[in-house]
Ligand binder design. Sequence first.
Ligand code: PLP
Ligand code: COI
Length: 364
Amino acid sequence: MTSTPFAATVSRNPAAKTPEQRDAILADPGFGNHFTDHMFLAEWTPDTGWANGRVVPYGPLSIDPATAVLHYAQEIFEGLKAYVHADGSVWLFRPEANAARLQRSAHRLALPELPTDWFLGSVTALVDADRDWVPSGGEKSLYLRPFMFASEVFLGVRPSQHVTYSVIASPAGAYFKGGVKPVSIWLSSQYSRAGTGGTGAAKCGGNYAASLLPQQEGMEHGCEQVVFLDSTEHTWIEELGGMNLYFVHSDGSIVTPTLSGSILEGITRDSIIQVARDLGHEVVERRVSIQEWREGVADGSITEVFACGTAAVITPVGTLKWDGGEVTSGDGEAGKVTSDIRSALIDIQYGRAEDRHGWLTRVS
Ligand code: PLP
Ligand code: COI
């Protein structure tokens, strides 16, 4: 059954936070700690298609212990942000790209695709209900987390015939506690995040579960993030646990690992290709070996390294550590190219620069 066009009912939360409680949270939201007063829910079955769209008070979901997602991890998600502009209007950055990626992830995980009008309608309806939760000032935003999971109560291994889609929202400040300071990266030599033919290009919870042990190992070595190599040759740089990577060369060109099929197709990564070109940089997508990173930083041919993603925006990378050594790029501050690209991107997101590529959608 094909889904009907997007529609949603709205039930206001009678126990919504008071303006004082909300303001206290918005003053210093951190990342992923607080949630707004509402959430969006819808369900899919083969008979109904996507149906029952509703904005309801934020609260726990009741899950039967035999719900399929708890056993086989048939789950996908997205991440995008709503930004307040100087005139008080609220905008999303490239939401159609998130809608398309959720559809690709759904295909890989044998979940039903959510039509684009349902994706845009659901995030817009939630931002509308929780308009007062979109923080302004500094680099704050409202992080939106659409997600979809197998909600059939059944222990057989097959695609679920009952699927739940939800959107929750969380006011966000800096992803890393240190703000825009270089992070250090641990090279995982024992573990891979994804393999050929696997789910690396899908945004599914299982990929993140697989990254947690190496992430823990990285933290034990004093690093904030982990870099993963390809699973076949253990040579080619893929990405971090939750971000894509860029390398700035001494000739001004910038290089990012090519989409190998096992890397998440980051929307920030894609936007940076355009923004960096607009700033006059040559941008190259190609394979980058871990040896090139180590040697390039040591011999000065790589001058800056940065990571990018919706949550962390653009974050400079300082030290790369591995079992037996380390190299550090930069002097403990963000490099000039990194800072310039970062400013150009966030100026578009916050409406301070012209939206030349039509990336912004007004929602409120
Ligand atoms: N790579 C991984 C594994 C991620 O989780 C993310 C975050 O979403 C990214 C890359 C960056 O993607 P985007 O820029 O679309 O947020
Ligand atoms: C994002 O940047 O949106 C992510 O999903 C990264 C992380 C929070 C999982």
